[in-house]
Design a protein around this ligand. Structure first.
Ligand SMILES: NC(=O)c1ccc[n+]([C@@H]2O[C@H](COP(=O)([O-])OP(=O)(O)OC[C@H]3O[C@@H](n4cnc5c(N)ncnc54)[C@H](OP(=O)(O)O)[C@@H]3O)[C@@H](O)[C@H]2O)c1
Length: 244
């Protein structure tokens, strides 16, 4: 059995990998990240982990020949978690107002936060057609909820996460016809200490901020509880349902 984690080099992706490797030592974890040599060393050296280079901003880097060889050796995929995400980096920062919107940042956010998920599931589809229950989860964000948006701002991140949510919903309609039994869901991980949230740590003091392993435990609890009826829904880290 195989678990695929895209964004295994991130705080939440790596914590999920640690928890899966601890709890299910018979499973292989295939981890996707931009530079496997920069992944946490204990994941790099773990016998149950296969790391593959993948950049969501460069479609050619999802090399299906390499992916095929790794998946064929590791066995049927039962869990896919898309934990890659882009909120800021050297070239971009969340917009405060309309004038801050830049086409290049919108395109980058959509590539990493939304399109990458669709293309990953497209690439993995041949290995999702088996009889075991499959969990397909996109780590989204509450700020991607359209109906919950009362603050505005963060145009690229919010709209790309809303697009991710729509991909989840679309896949939840198409995939059951092609690889039942399965559930495809969006998950809000809760505010978590990570490079992505670091610039906002001061404004987060009034929120509950989780450590990455806590977040992984919360998300795995939600993932373990999924069944066919969960398909196409948006869940928060505590198992409560969020509005699209
Ligand atoms: N932390 C929070 O409070 C919070 C709250 C709500 C939602 N989320 C969501 O949770 C997910 C994980 O975030 P995190 O907190 O763990 O952040 P993080 O530690 O910054 O991890 C971000 C991950 O995204 C990957 N990534 C960025 N650009 C990429 C690209 N072009 N191609 C492929 N991968 C790329 C990074 O890979 P590299 O190592 O290559 O940079 C890293 O693995 C994200 O989807 C985020 O939006 C987080």
């Amino acid at each position: 059995m195989t678990t695929v984690i895209a964004g295994i080099s991130g705080a939440i992706g790596a914590a999920l990998a640690y928890r899966y490797l601890e709890a299910r030592p018979d499973q292989v974890v295939i981890g996707l990240c931009r530079d496997p040599d920069q992944a946490p060393e204990d994941l790099m050296n773990h016998p149950g982990v296969r790391l593959l280079a993948w950049d969501a901003e460069d479609q050619r880097r999802l090399d299906d020949v390499e992916l095929k060889a790794v998946v064929e050796e590791s066995g049927p995929i039962v869990t896919v978690i898309y934990a890659a995400g882009l909120l800021h980096d050297d070239g971009m920062f969340p917009e405060k107002r309309l004038e801050d919107i830049a086409a290049v940042n919108m395109a980058r956010a959509f590539a990493v936060n939304a399109t990458g998920f669709g293309l990953l599931i497209q690439a993995l589809l041949p290995w999702l057609r088996h009889r075991e229950f499959k969990r397909i989860a996109a780590i989204s964000a509450k700020v991607g909820s359209i109906s919950d948006n009362g603050f505005g701002g963060w145009y690229a991140y919010r709209s790309s996460k809303a697009a991710l949510n729509m991909l989840v919903r679309n896949l939840s309609i198409e995939l059951p016809r092609r690889c039942k039994p399965m559930a495809c869901v969006a998950l809000h991980p809760g505010t978590t200490e990570s490079p992505l949230s670091a610039p906002f740590s001061q404004s987060l003091t009034r929120l509950k901020v989780h450590r990455p392993l806590e977040t992984a435990d919360n998300l795995i609890r939600v993932l373990d509880a999924l069944d066919d009826s969960s398909n196409g829904r948006f869940f928060s880290w505590d198992g409560s349902e969020l509005p699209w």
